[in-house]
Write a protein that binds this ligand. Structure first.
Ligand SMILES: Cc1ncc(COP(=O)(O)O)c(C=O)c1O
Length: 394
């Protein structure tokens, strides 16, 4: 039986061949430290970064590529945005679906005197924009929301939230960890201020990659200061992008791989990727809703979803089901809280959490069918005294 990978929300697998080739090419050919030296291997490495930045700026319609800052992952990008923007006395509004990569920096900022309001989503994981509007205060500086929930897959109304933020003159930061590369994002059209993204999930790059789009006019305090290869006569951090926020040697190999992932996606078209993932979500939701003992969470309409679905099997812990799926069916899925405890409180699934399938471009309808049949067997096992021939030990 071929391995089925349904954990693309954690990191995508497999990576396109071009991504692997890009890493090999970097190590075999360019190999230098970008922007540090004048020799050709350093220049070639710098060119890889320029190409990657241009590819991402195109993908998000960011205009000036220097507004794309490379980071090690989305967590790094979110910390740069949150810690770089908020000060004692500021108020920040967020939602009850956020990942700990948003909530932990915010809880830390709260201890420094930043006021925090978390707007509750419905038990289906849906946010009402009016609730956000009601949460705003005169000192609200920032609204931060996910674009797609990593627990239930709900897509947030980012267009309406961006309009509200503009009207109220507050900064809007979107966490696109689950949507970059899978749902079209046009930062100018939607009018976003800050967009944090992972490079290693939907964008199909290697782990250790991510980034932050920073709209012109938004100034952040850097998280780190250090060598940038620019303005080297000065001991003061440069204030121009991207150097202001990119101190130290970057992950050139990873970023070259990320550029290859973006090229691969551009050839397919992000609308096509979105359509493919939503087709798999539709198939899964329809099939799973017919299996006795399965509870589905989140919206039933795939149009309101990124490629993430969450569910539970009556009579079994999500961790047990994940183990059985791995050991007996070679299906890789994630169980538990998915680093988003408030999301599970919202759904009513705290503390055990849920089982999550997260689909990607390389998943197929046949794989979803195999998983549905496996779940039917597991649900029946859990409902019938957990007796089964074979190897299940959970
Ligand atoms: C919604 C969301 N935000 C942030 C992150 C953190 O992403 P990274 O692992 O790239 O730091 C994740 C990762 O799963 C996520 O799903």
């Amino acid at each position: 039986m071929a391995k089925i990978y349904f954990d693309n929300a954690a990191t995508s697998w497999p990576k396109p061949p071009g991504v692997r080739d890009a890493l090999a090419d970097y190590f075999g050919e360019a190999g230098g430290n970008p922007g540090r030296s004048g020799h050709r291997m350093s220049v070639d490495a710098a060119r890889l970064l320029v190409t990657a930045r241009e590819g991402l700026a195109d993908l998000f319609n960011a205009g000036d590529p220097s507004r794309i800052v490379f980071t090690h992952n989305a967590t790094h990008a979110l910390n740069l945005a949150l810690l770089g923007l908020l000060h004692t006395g500021d108020h920040v509004v967020t939602t009850s679906l956020e990942h700990n990569s948003v909530m932990r920096p915010l809880r830390h900022l709260e201890t420094l005197g930043v006021e925090l309001t978390s707007v509750a989503c419905t038990p289906e994981g849906v946010l009402d924009v009016n609730d956000v509007a009601r949460a705003l205060r005169p000192n609200t500086r920032l609204l931060v929301t996910t674009h797609g929930s990593n627990v239930v897959g709900t897509l947030m109304p980012v267009g309406a939230l961006a309009r509200l933020s503009r009207e109220q003159k507050i900064v809007y930061l979107v966490d696109a960890s689950q949507t970059a590369g899978a749902i079209p994002i046009d930062v100018q059209d939607v009018d976003l201020d800050l967009l944090a993204f992972s490079g290693h999930k939907g964008l199909l790059g290697p782990t250790g990659t991510g980034g932050l789009y920073v709209r012109e006019g938004i100034v952040l305090a850097p998280l780190m200061r250090g060598g940038t290869g620019s303005d080297s006569a000065y001991e003061i951090q440069p204030d121009f992008l991207p150097d202001a926020y990119e101190s130290g040697t970057p992950n050139v190999a990873g970023i070259a791989g990320l550029a290859a992932g973006v090229r691969f996606l551009n050839e397919i078209g992000i609308e096509t990727v979105k359509g493919h993932e939503q087709k798999l979500v539709t198939q899964f939701l329809a099939g799973a809703s017919e299996i006795p003992g399965i509870t589905l969470y989140g919206p039933r309409d795939a149009a309101l979803h990124c490629g993430v679905v969450s569910f539970n099997v009556a009579g079994a812990m999500p961790s047990e089901v994940a183990l059985i799926l791995d050991e007996s069916f070679e299906i890789m899925a994630r169980s538990g809280l998915h680093c988003a405890p408030a999301a599970h409180r919202t759904l009513g699934t705290f503390p055990a959490g849920t089982l999550r399938f997260s689909f990607g471009w390389f998943n197929t309808s046949a794989e979803v069918q195999v998983a549905l049949e496996a779940l039917r067997e597991v649900a029946s096992w859990a409902a019938n005294g957990r007796e089964v021939a074979g190897t299940w030990t959970a």
